[in-house]
Design a protein around this ligand. Structure first.
Ligand code: NAD
Ligand code: DAU
Length: 354
């Protein structure tokens, strides 16, 4: 008989958001056993969880969510009671270069996990939950005004968002058809520590530090709604425990920024932190060819999450951005380790023609 009240399988826990979710769960719930399943792709990094290596309620397992036999065995070996599913191919630009990997991991992998949950829990849904972590990109693009609500129709434009939209549909279908106890959340752009430097903020911090050009897509007037990653992890904790079965929750910061304005603020913070002459980082801004199918604007209405479950973001953007910059500057080894090897080949392909 196990001493733990739950055995939670967290997929993609060695990635950016997953590592924050795992840290929160392991520290906060000593009676939960947290099993981190991760394939350790280029985006997965066990250094992200080094501080938890010896925690008695944490186990790491290396594996692929598309491997059906292995996943079912994992459910049996660890008597999995719940799943928080974050594993994914998560970068829009890479999805444009190689869509098939996104279909495999994001769509097939999600269905494989649900099949294992359905088989292992075999209709006894009590005390079980399958939490699917998704994105606001499934809703497509907004014009100058308005917000995405949980009722907004799906309209994905990139292979990444199409794969996430497809996985969301499968999760709802498994709830409606088989009764699988699911919950879904759709979150806006996250920023914070441990994010792989292919996404805007860590990439630009890295390039400014190394005096490299800052490649702004198109006219830079695209708008994103930014949320501190720890606030996303807090929201996942709340929804996992109190979200309504079969429900969807939007998560966002009511914090919209045009890319170019955000980049200019980041440049100012970096000038200060690096003791550089004011304005020197901005000189690195270089307008490059636009991303194909680039969504103009995302903005999340997270009123439902606030009113039903009492969640609100905890941090102002300026404070979060400064904390984030501080972390990257203090963790240069982390950044250098993840930017060696395959990263270099990706960077050259992605930005060569721009
Ligand atoms: P990430 O790319 O940093 O991490 C993904 C993790 O999944 C990595 O550790 C990787 O090794 C693992 N993984 C990939 N393929 C796998 C496979 N086949 N089997 C097992 N593990 C595999 O991603 P992230 O930014 O932390 O995003 C996590 C989740 O949150 C994703 O589902 C993403 O769609 C969603 N999301 C991200 C954001 C954001 O701004 N980053 C916003 C909203 C939603
Ligand atoms: O909205 C949530 C989504 O946010 C998540 O689902 C994705 O996993 C996550 O990657 C993120 O997607 P984006 O495409 O919005 O993030 P990215 O950091 O790649 O780009 C943010 C904006 O900055 C976008 O408008 C494109 C622009 N950009 C990005 C890069 C990497 C540039 O102008 N130059 C760049 O070099």
């Amino acid at each position: 008989m196990s001493d733990f009240s739950k055995h939670i399988l967290v997929t993609g826990g060695a990635g950016f958001i997953g590592s924050h979710v795992i840290r929160l769960l392991v520290h906060k719930y000593h009676d939960y056993h947290v099993i981190n399943l991760d394939k350790l792709t280029y985006a997965g990094n066990l250094e992200n969880l080094k501080d938890l290596e010896d925690a008695p309620n944490y186990t790491f397992v290396k594996g692929d969510i598309t491997d059906a036999e292995f996943i079912l065995e994992l459910f049996r070996d660890h008597d999995i009671t719940d799943v928080i599913h974050l594993a994914a191919e998560s970068h829009v630009d890479r999805s444009i270069l190689n869509p098939m990997e996104f279909i495999m991991t994001n769509v097939v992998g999600t269905v494989v996990l649900m099949n294992a949950a359905k088989a292992y829990w075999s209709g006894n849904w009590n005390g079980h939950r399958f939490y699917h972590v998704s994105t606001d990109e499934v809703y497509g693009s907004l014009g100058e005004t308005g917000f995405f609500t949980e009722e907004t129709s799906y309209d994905p434009h990139s292979p990444y968002s199409a794969s996430k939209a497809s996985s969301d549909h499968f999760v709802r279908a498994y709830h409606d058809t088989y009764g699988l106890p699911v919950v879904i959340s759709n979150c806006s752009n996250n920023y914070g520590s441990h994010q792989f430097p292919e996404k805007l903020i860590p990439l630009f911090i890295h390039n400014i530090t190394n005096n490299k050009p800052l490649p702004v897509y198109g006219d830079g007037k695209y708008t994103r709604d930014w949320l501190w990653v720890n606030d996303h992890a807090r929201a996942i904790d709340v929804i996992f425990h109190a979200g309504k079965n079969g429900s969807t929750y939007n998560i966002g910061g009511f914090n919209e920024w045009q890319n170019i304005d955000l980049i200019k603020v980041l440049c100012k913070v970096m000038d200060t932190k690096l003791n550089r002459e004011p304005g020197s980082s901005e000189k690195l801004i270089t307008y490059v060819k636009d991303r194909p199918g680039h969504d103009l604007r995302y903005a999340i209405d997270s009123t439902k999450l606030k009113e039903e479950l009492g969640w609100e973001p905890s941090l102002q953007f300026e404070e979060g951005l400064e904390k984030t910059v501080d972390w990257y500057l203090a963790n240069e080894t982390w950044l250098n380790n993840v930017t060696s090897g395959n990263y270099k080949a990706y960077y050259e392909t992605q930005y060569a023609q721009r």
